[in-house]
Design a protein around this ligand. Structure first.
Ligand code: PEP
Length: 257
């Protein structure tokens, strides 16, 4: 049985104050829900991924809670002359346990290729971080019937660079590019179809990892659609953008899992 993971990707939003206020509200909400459920609620892993500069503030805010901390990107390099970059061991110093790699905004806006993403994934996993590998097709690719081919290319590239062991603690996030921040969501059936394919792709390399790896759905998940999406067999939680910035919405999405 895979424990669902609800991960908030704050993107480039917030301030020191927002970070403290949002995390205090999430923590408070989680405590109240745990008390109300009297230990009967299903376990859900909760993760927040603030911008780099707020990681330390966030780490302090959640140190007495079960909320995990992650970053939104990482360098593929070891420490050295890489101006402006942040490497895995720095994220570990900040108590991060997860890191998002290959988000479509990084691929589209900052030119990250499948190879760059594979190298980042490998560096993060080898340093002991849990990489969350984002994959997904554009609207054009979906309409051309190429969604599976694109996702297979993205996953194969990482599997060719990183060893099988690197996938042991990894997470995959299926995020159709046309659903990110647009208000459009894949139907639960559309998402399930792709998630099942992704699990098959992993199974082709390792059946053991395919069974245990969590595959999240991301793309305009909201309190209103979360439960139907998370009810699907191969959907193990969500990567949440916009709705992770509102404590009430994020908590409702956690409840839905
Ligand atoms: C994301 O950025 O990973 C994402 C899924 O964003 P949103 O939930 O806002 O669509």
């Amino acid at each position: 049985m895979r424990t669902p993971l609800i991960a908030g990707n704050w993107k480039m939003n917030g301030s020191f104050e927002d970070t403290n206020v949002l995390l205090a509200s999430i923590e408070d909400g989680l405590e109240r829900r745990a008390e109300a459920a009297e230990g009967k609620a299903r376990k859900v892993d909760v993760l927040v991924c603030p911008p780099f500069v707020y990681l330390e503030t966030a780490a302090r805010a959640i140190e007495d809670s079960d909320i995990a901390l992650g970053a939104q990107s990482v360098s593929a390099e070891k420490p050295g002359a890489f101006t402006g970059e942040i490497c895995s061991h720095m994220l570990k110093d900040l108590t991060c346990s997860y890191v998002i790699v290959g988000h479509s905004e990084r691929r589209q806006l900052y030119g990250e290729t499948d190879t760059t993403v594979g190298k980042k994934f490998k560096a993060a996993a080898e340093a002991g971080l849990k990489p969350i590998l984002c994959v997904g097709e554009s609207l054009e690719e979906r309409e051309a019937g190429k969604a599976i081919d694109v996702i297979k290319r993205q996953i194969d590239a990482v599997m060719d660079i990183a060893c099988e062991k690197c996938f042991e603690n990894a997470v995959i996030a299926y995020e159709p590019v046309w659903a990110i921040g647009t208000g459009e969501t894949a139907t639960p059936e559309q998402a399930q179809e792709i998630h099942a394919e992704i699990r098959q792709m992993i199974a082709a390399r390792s059946g053991k990892i395919a069974k245990k790896i969590r595959i999240l759905y991301g793309g305009s998940v909201k309190p209103a659609n979360a439960a139907d999406i998370f009810a699907m067999e191969d959907i193990d939680g969500g990567l949440i953008g916009g709705a992770s910035l509102k404590a009430e919405d994020f908590l409702a999405i956690i409840d839905a899992a």
